[in-house]
Write a protein that binds this ligand. Structure first.
Ligand code: ATP
Ligand code: MG
Length: 353
């Protein structure tokens, strides 16, 4: 087992102290297309591994291995990848919690690890696995502390709190200590806390983890609003691909610390060679259809047959071929399952290695 002997200088969300986060916010006058900018960013962790009863071996983990991308202002981007791919490490570097081992990184023109407190004014962070709220305090008191820490003007604070309470359905929860909240309630509380100081960028590390479908829908609706109404730039990591499908125009896939895909969801289908399915109902039970070029029958149940074909191909010639040769009663086309595309992509990369 790999045991962390070093946390890479990791800091917690609030360790700068209340006074430290005040100060003026200067408008970003750089290129809006490069609002977030990473150029060859690396993070290497030194860890010690047990190598016998008493012996420990030094060992390095390249968690992020030369990542470059830019995110324009106002975009909502999905950042996905298998466990241990380096997603959280990237987000921690973007917030200044971790210092990169190499490369260049800028958020709104600021180098996060050098000017962490100046950056804190402009970013909001939610770690689904760990709350940034004060465990023993009611939500309301946690928010008061955020109000003071960030020196949010009173009127602005009240307005933002009201908006979050309404849209995230927090009204009945404000006086409940954080430790008594359910996971879904706590997550909504955390998201509100991250937005009270009007950040321009929101990082969400698995904001829907462990939530039921209703809570997930609530969180997604809220994030969609925040991105559309406030033009907030959002970077979202998740293992729930429905989050991505419903929220993100762009998705980046990271694997073993490297960016392996950057583009739209539809492009991912092409890269993953995903398939659509033609479902045909025939007049009667027949042997599997095997004479339609470009399609292969993957399932037969009574008179119904499922024919897989390349997602990028047109269904029309297949339908025509089936109709010409078989007694066709009904048909439908099923879109490819993004979950399957991603799983295939991860598996293929792992086999390559
Ligand atoms: N503080 C640390 N010290 C040592 N190694 C670390 C540390 N943080 C992360 N790692 C290692 O770096 C790699 C990337 O971890 P990271 O948490 O960024 O992955 P992730 O993509 O967020 O995964 P998950 O989907 O499981 O959250 C892993 O191999 C992990 O063990
Ligand atoms: Mg993670």
């Amino acid at each position: 087992m790999v045991r962390d002997t070093m946390r890479g200088g990791e800091r917690t969300a609030h360790d700068s102290g209340p006074a430290a986060l005040g100060g003026e916010r200067v408008a970003y006058d750089g290129d809006p297309a490069r609002f977030i900018e990473l150029d060859g960013v690396e993070k290497v962790f030194d860890v010690r591994r047990k190598a016998g009863l008493l012996r420990r071996e030094k060992h390095q983990v390249r968690a992020v291995d030369g990542i470059s991308f830019t995110v324009p202002r106002g975009q909502m981007v999905g950042y996905i990848g298998p466990n241990g791919a380096g997603k959280s490490t990237t987000i921690k570097m973007l917030t200044g919690i971790l210092v990169p081992s190499g490369g260049r990184l800028r958020v709104a023109g600021i180098d996060p690890s050098r000017e962490r407190t100046r950056l804190a004014r402009r970013i909001g962070v939610v770690f689904g696995q760990r709350t940034t709220l004060w465990w023993d305090l009611p939500l309301r008191d946690s928010y008061c502390l955020v109000h003071r820490m960030y020196k949010i003007p009173d009127a602005r604070y009240r307005e933002n709190l009201e908006r979050c309470v309404e849209l995230l359905d927090l009204g009945d929860l404000l006086d409940v200590p954080v430790r008594q909240l359910s996971l879904g309630q706590r997550m909504r509380g955390d998201i509100a806390a991250a937005l009270l100081h009007d950040p321009e960028v929101l990082y969400l590390d698995e904001p829907t983890i462990g939530l039921d479908v209703v809570s997930k829908a609530k969180v997604r609706d809220f994030l969609r609003d925040v991105n559309a109404d406030l033009g907030m730039t959002v970077l979202l990591t998740t293992h729930d691909l429905t989050d991505i499908e419903q929220l993100c125009e762009r998705v980046m896939v990271i694997d073993h610390g490297r960016l392996v895909y950057d583009g739209g969801l539809s492009g991912l289908h092409a890269v993953g060679e995903s398939e659509r399915t033609l479902v045909v109902d025939l007049e009667r039970e027949l042997p599997p259809i095997d004479d339609v070029p470009g399609a292969r029958t993957v399932r037969v149940e009574g008179p119904r047959q499922w024919l897989a074909f390349a997602a990028t191909a047109s269904a029309a010639p297949l339908v025509a071929a089936v109709a010409e040769r078989y007694p066709l009663v009904d048909l439908s086309v099923r879109e490819p399952d993004i979950e399957a595309v991603i799983a295939k992509m991860y598996a293929e990369r792992s086999a390559e290695r």
